[in-house]
Design a protein around this ligand. Structure first.
Ligand SMILES: Nc1ncnc2c1ncn2[C@@H]1O[C@H](COP(=O)(O)OP(=O)(O)OP(=O)(O)O)[C@@H](O)[C@H]1O
Ligand SMILES: [Mg+2]
Length: 242
């Protein structure tokens, strides 16, 4: 079977206006990419070139300035995530699109099991079932059981990252966005994550992932998109337009 596109990004552009300095910060420009089901597209490039911003535009944490972000649903319907209503975006976040962010953001007093199970609760599943599924995935990612009932706020970087991954993987979205998912993991846990991501990919999930490590790109990615740094040249052109 031919792999079908789940996401097509065309000429994506984002910049920020800093009011105090009255200046524009370019964030990403002219980004084009495709993510197919059963495939991983890797987003690479130097620090600050806009990799996280691209993922945030797709998840609509950031509202893009220009370009199209076409999400192709299973029923053949296409939504431009750059234009869609907030309601449609929330609907897609519930079932279609998952995001493992670069840093874990969660409520300070929530137990790890509930942080991880939350995407299932939002989808209407029962609390006990969500906790069982959370326990399964935490076990798979080597998160010690003594941490399951404690809030992840005080966890080490690697522990937090695994909780974040578990939370992103639990609901098996059609499109999974991953921002440096193995950045603070030891080699054994990185290996587990690689196996897990390969298994999820084989099940049909489309993935767009940011990696700094070329070895991970080589082992996991089917396509590579390289972003170029956003420099003074771009800013100059922008200023001329104003
Ligand atoms: N919320 C924001 N407000 C202002 N500027 C921002 C914001 N988010 C990102 N930027 C700017 O956009 C540019 C791209 O940032 P981004 O975080 O996307 O880079 P990155 O490629 O993910 O970097 P890294 O590899 O360090 O994670 C940077 O210059 C950054 O300062
Ligand atoms: Mg980043």
């Amino acid at each position: 079977m031919v792999n079908i596109p789940v996401l097509t990004v065309e000429k994506l552009n984002k910049r920020f206006f800093l009011h105090e300095q009255e200046t524009f910060i370019p964030s990403c420009d002219d980004v084009n990419l495709t993510v197919n089901n059963k495939e991983m597209t890797a987003l690479v490039g130097p620090t600050g070139c806009g990799k996280s911003s691209v993922l945030k535009c797709i998840y609509r944490t950031y509202l893009p300035r220009g370009g199209r972000i076409l999400y192709h649903a299973e029923d053949g319907h296409t939504t431009d995530l750059a234009q869609a209503s907030d309601h449609r975006i929330l609907e897609l976040r519930k079932r279609g699109i998952g995001f493992v962010t670069q840093f874990l953001h969660c409520l300070p007093r929530k137990a790890t099991l509930d942080v991880v199970g939350e995407p299932l609760l939002v989808r209407g599943e029962k609390k006990a079932a969500a906790r069982d599924a959370a326990a399964d995935i935490l076990r798979l990612l080597n998160v010690p059981e003594r941490l399951w009932h404690v809030p992840p706020a005080t966890f080490s970087g690697g522990e937090k990252q695994r909780v974040n991954l578990a939370r992103g993987l639990i609901s098996r979205p059609r499109l999974l966005l991953l921002d440096e998912p193995t950045a603070s993991l030891d080699p054994a846990t990185t290996e587990r994550v690689i196996e897990l991501l390969s298994a999820i990919k084989a099940k049909g999930v489309a993935m767009l992932a940011v990696f700094h490590h070329p070895e991970l790109v080589r082992r996991l990615a089917d396509r590579v998109v390289e972003l170029t740094p956003q420099g003074a040249e771009f800013q100059e052109t922008e200023e001329k337009i104003q």
